[in-house]
Design a protein around this ligand. Structure first.
Ligand SMILES: Cc1ncc(COP(=O)(O)O)c(C=O)c1O
Length: 296
């Protein structure tokens, strides 16, 4: 507890029909958990223990998986150090748990575009740090800047890189995408960005649609410029909670990018429909991302 060896994952289980529940890309979540464990000097979890454990837990708790489309069972695997020892050293003992909770549809009242601001003072993570791990401490560090942003009327902070305070990294608990001139642009995984599973899915689907995808450094000035030139078509976040979250506004220093506050753009909307369609078994999963749990 004192030295912060704590990591977690977050995914969802979806009701398909009375015999089937889908997990979405659980092996990717397992891999990311182990990458996080490696970074924080924690033991890895066996793939079999992880996957079979999830299958058994969800089959046992299947009545907690909401049947309403859009609702789901949130699944939270987590691990923390538990050795009773005071010195600052790697723990010899850990607890690994999985807890679940039913969650309602993120957008039960329609899409709600988020308002983002950069932070002049704070950074989330620096290359070489723990930003690409799903480490508990990353979230603790982000709460104060998020609170300050919220007190000014913004939903979340859009993080810039810690070295130059110039390149966009990610948002709160989402990765971020920009549709510029019909190209899908997203910050590359620089070492301080969490490699989102939804981000990976968005990129794969966009490529399948024949959309050009660029994973590269994205300066905030470039986004402001492309907005002023009328080339910025859509901005949206990606993450397990909301899947796709339209961005309505970005504030940086004295500049404000004002996108459509009322609704989600057509690209983001189609992406949302495609990913959720796959998750709920309504669209054919040609990627092999869904992991069915049979209740029969
Ligand atoms: C910091 C951060 N970035 C991005 C994401 C999106 O990741 P995913 O798509 O795997 O949920 C999350 C959520 O897990 C997050 O906490």
């Amino acid at each position: 507890m004192h030295y912060g060896q704590a990591i977690f994952e977050g995914m969802k289980a979806y009701h398909v029909d009375d015999e089937t529940i889908h997990l979405f890309r659980p092996k990717d979540h397992h891999q990311r958990l182990n990458n996080s464990a490696h970074r924080l000097c924690m033991p890895e979890v066996d793939e079999e223990v992880f996957i079979e454990g999830l299958e058994k837990l969800i089959a046992l708790d299947h009545q907690w998986v909401p049947k309403v489309h859009g609702h789901a069972l949130y699944v939270r695997p987590f691990m923390f150090a538990s050795e009773e020892y005071l010195a600052a050293k790697v723990s010899k003992e850990y607890h690994f748990y999985v807890i679940t909770s039913p969650v309602a549809a993120y957008y039960s009242e329609g899409f709600n575009p988020v308002k983002l601001t950069t932070s002049e003072k704070f950074v989330r993570a620096v290359r070489g740090g723990t930003g690409e791990a799903k480490a508990a401490g990353n979230y603790a560090a982000s709460f104060l800047p998020a609170q300050k942003a919220q007190s000014k009327g913004y939903t979340q902070v859009i993080w810039l890189d810690a070295l130059e305070n110039r390149y966009i990294e990610e948002v709160g608990t989402m990765n971020i995408f920009f549709l510029i001139d019909d190209k899908l642009v997203t910050p590359k995984l620089s070492g301080s960005v969490l490699p989102g599973i939804t981000r990976r899915s968005v990129i794969a689907i966009a490529k399948k649609w024949g959309v050009e995808v660029e994973e590269r450094r994205v300066a905030i000035d470039e986004i402001i410029e492309s907005y002023k030139e009328g080339k910025l078509q859509e901005v949206f976040g990606s993450g397990t909670a909301a899947v796709i979250s339209p961005v309505g506004l970005i504030h940086h220093n004295d500049e404000t990018i004002q996108l459509d506050q009322e609704k989600i753009g057509p690209f983001a909307k189609k992406m949302f429909a495609t990913i959720t369609g796959i998750q709920y078994g309504k669209i054919d999963d040609s990627f092999g991302w869904t992991h069915p749990i049979s209740l029969g």
